[in-house]
Design a protein around this ligand. Structure first.
Ligand code: BJ8
Length: 418
């Protein structure tokens, strides 16, 4: 199977070896994990196994696979076109030397990672995808896609607005209509209002399950670790939607029982942290691992792999194509990615989340060289300092070189919350 996908077998084996070890050291070492996490353990062990086989089977049946790097790509439309959407992980360094022949060294780790997996021929998801969708978000991604186009088959680039103005909304609407047309041509299947409505219901169901998980994390003691909750948010992007929803709801049933029994993964006095900033794709677990092995628990992620990505539902009541497309545009236009200027909504959401999850402090996670998020972090720090909400600004990458230094800073921050 791997040879058919044109993977470099040695590189792929090496990646799986490291992934398995890191997962064991970080995830399996946790105590008091809910039994419902067994499903997510299984997904992780089969991340380069059963799920790929399923996708290949779907392709055999004539279904197209669409890969994406951003939460602005509407899964509802992809499902309505009879295709499957998978998030393409960009959470680890790979083939760095080759990447730096194509990109400047001072490019964020997330962008470099997307090139590394392609150049190193180590990501079966990228190879399985019949179409890959990029988006004009930050300058780094926007320019990188010009180069990625040369090494990835069928890269489609979606333009995105940068301001929440009527003109910005119009741009998004036109881009979603263009994407709809492209999907129809690509899959050969016209999208009907019934298909789109079904796509909306399916994706909303996944989001509602994550809302349920988020709301259970408000409990004290926390019924689940931040690492496990992050994993559920990560699996959201590439699992079968119906199975994901069912498995996550089963986990939530168990968490409800835990809350009733006052059973937590940590004690009631444990400092609670909100993490805010850049997305953490599989297998980027560095920061939560440091936080949760330093005596705190993460209770929320203000991130695209987290609440920013799923906070909003798409309105389900429309019936015509026009109504349903408007609902999609409304929903996605509310995403408060740092590429927007100004971006007051994000500050408001961080404040609301810190309050709702009873977080004692906020850790802002910025990837080095990510201008949108690291630039927003400085004024955010000032605002929250004024409001006397402890705020720690962290800039890092995917390497493990700074773990010691980060741990020292994070431990000192947590101590201040106790
Ligand atoms: S909607 S956050 S998933 S763009 S970390 S590549 S911003 S330099 S990832 Fe994102 Fe969509 Fe926005 Fe969400 Fe650029 Fe920053 Fe790198 Fe980033």
């Amino acid at each position: 199977m791997w040879e058919d996908l044109n993977l470099d077998l040695n590189a792929h084996d090496a990646l799986l070896g490291v992934l398995g070890k890191v997962y064991g050291d970080i995830y399996m070492a946790q105590k008091e994990r809910p039994e419902g996490m067994d499903y997510f353990n299984f997904v992780m062990t089969e991340i380069h196994g059963l799920r790929i086989k399923e996708l290949l089977e779907e392709k055999k049946q004539g279904r197209k696979i669409v890969g994406s790097y951003c939460v602005f790509v509407p899964e509802e439309l992809v499902l309505a076109a009879g295709a499957t959407l998978i998030g393409l992980c960009s959470g680890a360094d790979f083939a760095t030397h080759e990447v730096e022949q194509m990109l400047p060294r001072n490019t964020c780790a997330l962008i470099k990672s997307s090139f590394g997996f392609k150049l190193g021929k180590a990501c079966p998801y990228l190879e399985v995808a019949d179409m890959v969708v990029g988006e004009n978000t930050c300058d780094g991604k926007k320019k990188a896609y010009e180069s990625l186009k040369k090494i990835v088959n069928n890269l489609y680039v979606m333009d995105l607005p940068q301001m929440k103005t009527p003109q910005g909304r119009e741009l998004l609407k036109n881009e979603f209509l263009r994407f709809k047309d492209s999907l129809e041509t690509f899959t050969g299947k016209p999208i009907t209002p019934t298909d789109l409505k079904q796509g909306i219901l399916t994706v909303n169901a996944k989001r509602r399950a994550l809302h349920r998980l988020a709301s259970l994390r408000k409990a004290d003691p926390a019924p689940i670790s931040g690492l496990d909750a992050l994993l559920a948010n990560q699996v959201f992007f590439y699992d079968n939607p119906a199975r994901f929803t069912e498995s996550l709801n089963a986990l939530c049933d168990e968490l409800e029982e835990r809350i009733q029994e006052k059973k937590g993964v940590v004690s009631e006095q444990t400092p609670r942290i909100l993490v805010s900033g850049c997305p953490m794709a599989v297998p980027n677990w560095k920061l939560p691992w440091i936080v949760e092995t330093s005596g705190a628990v993460i209770v929320g992620e203000e991130s695209c792999v987290g609440e920013r990505g799923v906070r909003e539902l798409t309105e389900e009541s429309g019936n015509s194509m026009e109504e349903l497309m408007e609902a999609l545009v409304d929903r996605y236009f509310r995403i408060d990615c740092a590429i927007f200027t100004p971006n007051q909504d994000r500050e408001d959401h961080i404040r609301e989340m810190a309050k709702a999850y009873k977080a004692g402090g906020i850790i802002h996670y910025g990837l080095q060289f990510c201008q949108p998020y690291t630039m927003e972090a400085i004024p955010l720090e000032k605002v929250f300092e004024k409001e006397e909400i402890p705020f720690l600004r962290v800039e890092t990458d995917y390497s493990m070189e700074d773990v010691g230094q980060l741990k020292t800073r994070i431990e000192a921050f947590i101590e201040q919350l106790q």
